[in-house]
Design a binder for this molecule. Sequence first.
Ligand SMILES: Nc1ncnc2c1ncn2[C@@H]1O[C@H](COP(=O)(O)OP(=O)(O)OP(=O)(O)O)[C@@H](O)[C@H]1O
Ligand SMILES: [Mg+2]
Length: 239
Amino acid sequence: MPRRGARCRNGTRYTARMLELRAITRAYELGGERAGVFGVSLDLPGRCLAVIAGPSGSGKTTLLQVAGLLDPPDEGEVWLEGQPVSRLPERARCDLRLRRLGFVFQAFNLVPVLSALENVMLPLQLQGLPTPAARARAGAALDRVGLGDRLAHRPGQLSGGQQQRVAIARALAPEPALVLADEPTANLDHAHGGPLMDLMAALARERGTAFLVASHDPAVIARADRVFRLADGRQVETP
Ligand SMILES: Nc1ncnc2c1ncn2[C@@H]1O[C@H](COP(=O)(O)OP(=O)(O)OP(=O)(O)O)[C@@H](O)[C@H]1O
Ligand SMILES: [Mg+2]
């Protein structure tokens, strides 16, 4: 537990613990080889942007999938906002994913036939928000990520950096506790990765949301409030 009144590296106060992974093991057996993550623990308060760093195959995506309640751990427990959640029935985990988690993927995963505004409205409508309210909130989210003048554009009419900002707006519009991002800068050229991370860090501070980002991009790691390092599925203690 962070000290009362302690501060993140970004200077803001720690707020309640959003995510806690306790001794997570998720193993894959394939051709006699055992891979995955083994006994990994981390905790993440609100307002903090944390990065899971490590080489290819070190277990970053595996850990994010467990943290995102997409994949139950073999051992250990995921705590979200103070509740153990990884062994809830699929329906309850699905509901938590929709209401409390946001996801940003390397490949953006936007719906190509929908406009930027409609893409951001989608999770809000799935939550049952009436269309006018969903439209207003999605528009505000897109405005915040600098795309207020691109609401009617479809993903194919936007640059990679702009598409990823739509994905961030979509993840944040439902006001999740935690946003999980897997290699969010991997499909962007070098000049766009840093500003995208600056945007995520600013949003974490403004909204009180926690961000957990898997990446081996130095520009991403440099902007983290906390870095958790993995090697061969195990946590590497950092001094
Ligand atoms: N579905 C699966 N079946 C078998 N093995 C898997 C499966 N998913 C992941 N693995 C193995 O688990 C290990 C960790 O994979 P993971 O995708 O988590 O790594 P990563 O750190 O995200 O790598 P990258 O940086 O390349 O995305 C790898 O050795 C991988 O081959
Ligand atoms: Mg990965």
